[in-house]
Design a protein around this ligand. Structure first.
Ligand SMILES: Nc1ncnc2c1ncn2[C@@H]1O[C@H](COP(=O)(O)OP(=O)(O)O)[C@@H](O)[C@H]1O
Ligand SMILES: [Mg+2]
Length: 451
């Protein structure tokens, strides 16, 4: 008897310790079963208490009266499926007549503490069917990406969402993106994760890093072109515009359309070309974009106009030519001068890390969603890396990228250095590398490819 008590006490102690130190392991061992039992046992009473029930149908009431049976109870949404996941539970509900998805969304906070979960979000899958995603613990506190992700060409699993799902950066769905955030908010780490995700793919990486190249130059072995000053950036962007025009010529030749058709009207893109002809896609990463748009004298102003014009052209026409822009900055508004708001309008994907004021958040989400603006301002300063990401449907999510150190990213880029494609137009900007490839230095944390 005492043996059983001791064993139970030991199990309880282990569970408590895991819950405290390793919530992800606790969830997989004890949490998931307990939570499923809790949800199933409490379901009816919680739905009743949260006002998510409807009165019984009239015919049931009439039948009960005729048969002299007790009056039937109010009915809650029917559970179609309860599925455990790595981070929580997914509940699929069929709504009763008279209920709508908004009722569930409005009650999500009440559901959260009634079921003792960490977070609850809901979305309508189809008419009358709602998916409620619950997380068992704070998944953004210590981000661990799942080993199995749905990777496709040009689609990078870059961060984890607060509901436990993976946030992808899909270049073919959203060609250009803007990432904003105050200094030290996690922009460069986010960008580093993108580079780490793109490194194994068949893609040319181009970097413009006017912070003297401190963020991107260590990753140079996987980059086809790099620029570390506004002058170099201007040349590089002109070369990219040249490449874009060449690719359009190629597509046009393949389509056998007459040369009189203007570029913008060509419907096809590089993905429609046969594989042997298809030019390699290019992702242009710009860190601290404001450096490209500031000027102190007339000459620099001319250079700035040249840079902004090239960026606007790439943003407008680059997608079909397989040139994708990924722009990072602290602010990106009209105070940076002519052409900036025009460029911003072309950057469909928006991500905002912590910002210091509402106007900065408005630059990312003002024209998309006022809720997202509020959420971006509320990101606490101590949780660096948390960001709000808009998605293609107009919704938004709180996300956090895994903390990939520069060393991990360097090792990964060196490992995939032989995959760096040669892009003839960008050859003059290919970083000069000297010495043998540095041997990978073991790092204390697992590399992003290994987790
Ligand atoms: N996703 C993250 N998870 C944990 N820590 C992060 C994350 N992103 C950033 N940090 C921390 O914040 C620091 C600043 O991030 P960084 O990307 O350089 O900011 P920014 O480029 O916006 O100035 C990093 O050195 C790191 O310690
Ligand atoms: Mg930075």
């Amino acid at each position: 008897m005492t043996g059983i008590v001791v064993a139970l006490a030991l199990v309880a102690a282990v569970a408590a310790l895991l819950r405290w130190r390793r919530p992800a392991w606790y969830w997989l061992t004890f949490g998931v079963t307990l939570a499923m039992v809790r949800v199933l046992v409490r379901y009816r009473s919680v739905m009743d208490a949260c006002g998510l029930t409807v009165p019984p149908a009239r015919w049931r009431l009439a039948l009960a009266r005729v048969a002299n049976r007790p009056i039937p109870e109010p009915r809650s949404p029917r559970i179609c499926r309860l599925r455990p996941t790595r981070t929580g539970l997914v509940l699929r509900l069929k709504l009763r007549p008279g209920q709508d998805a908004f009722d569930i969304a409005a009650a999500s906070d009440r559901l959260r503490h009634s079921f003792s979960m960490y977070g609850v979000t809901s979305r309508e899958l189809r008419s009358g069917v709602v998916e409620v995603r619950m997380t068992g613990y704070d998944v953004l506190k210590r981000v661990q990406m799942p080993t199995e992700t749905d990777t496709r060409p040009m689609r990078v699993p870059v961060a984890l969402r607060e509901d436990g799902a993976v946030h992808y950066r899909d270049y073919r769905a959203i060609p250009h993106a803007l990432t904003l955030g105050a200094t030290e908010s996690g922009k460069s780490v986010y960008q580093r994760n993108l580079v780490a995700g793109l490194a194994p793919m068949d893609v040319a990486l181009v970097g413009i890093d006017c912070k003297q190249g401190v963020e991107l130059f260590p990753l140079a072995r996987r980059f086809s072109a790099l620029a570390d000053s506004p002058d170099a950036a201007a040349e590089l962007l002109d070369a990219l515009v040249g490449r874009m025009e060449d690719v359009y010529q190629l597509i046009r030749a393949e389509q056998k359309i007459t040369a009189a058709v203007p570029d913008a009207e060509i419907a096809a893109d590089i993905w429609d070309l046969p594989e042997h002809l298809r030019p390699v896609p290019v992702v242009v990463l710009v860190d601290e974009v404001a450096e490209l748009a500031l000027y102190a004298n007339k000459e620099q102003e001319k250079r700035r106009d040249r840079i902004v014009t090239a960026l606007v052209r790439l943003a407008q026409l680059g997608r079909a030519a397989g040139i994708y822009l990924e722009i990072c900055g602290q602010r990106f508004g009209s105070e940076l001068g002519k052409g900036i708001t025009m460029l911003r309008a072309q950057l469909t994907g928006r991500t905002a890390h912590r910002v210091n004021d509402e106007t900065s958040a408005n630059m990312a989400f003002g024209d998309i969603s006022p809720d997202a603006v509020l959420a971006a301002i509320q990101i606490p300063a101590e949780t660096r890396g948390i960001a709000i990401a808009g998605d293609s449907s107009g919704g938004w999510h709180r996300i956090r990228a895994p903390h990939t150190s520069l060393r991990q990213a360097v090792n990964l880029c060196n490992r995939h250095a032989d995959q760096t494609p040669d892009v003839p137009e960008l050859a003059p900007f290919r970083p000069v590398l000297s010495g043998p490839v540095a041997a990978p230095v073991p790092s204390s944390k697992p590399s992003p490819a290994a987790v």
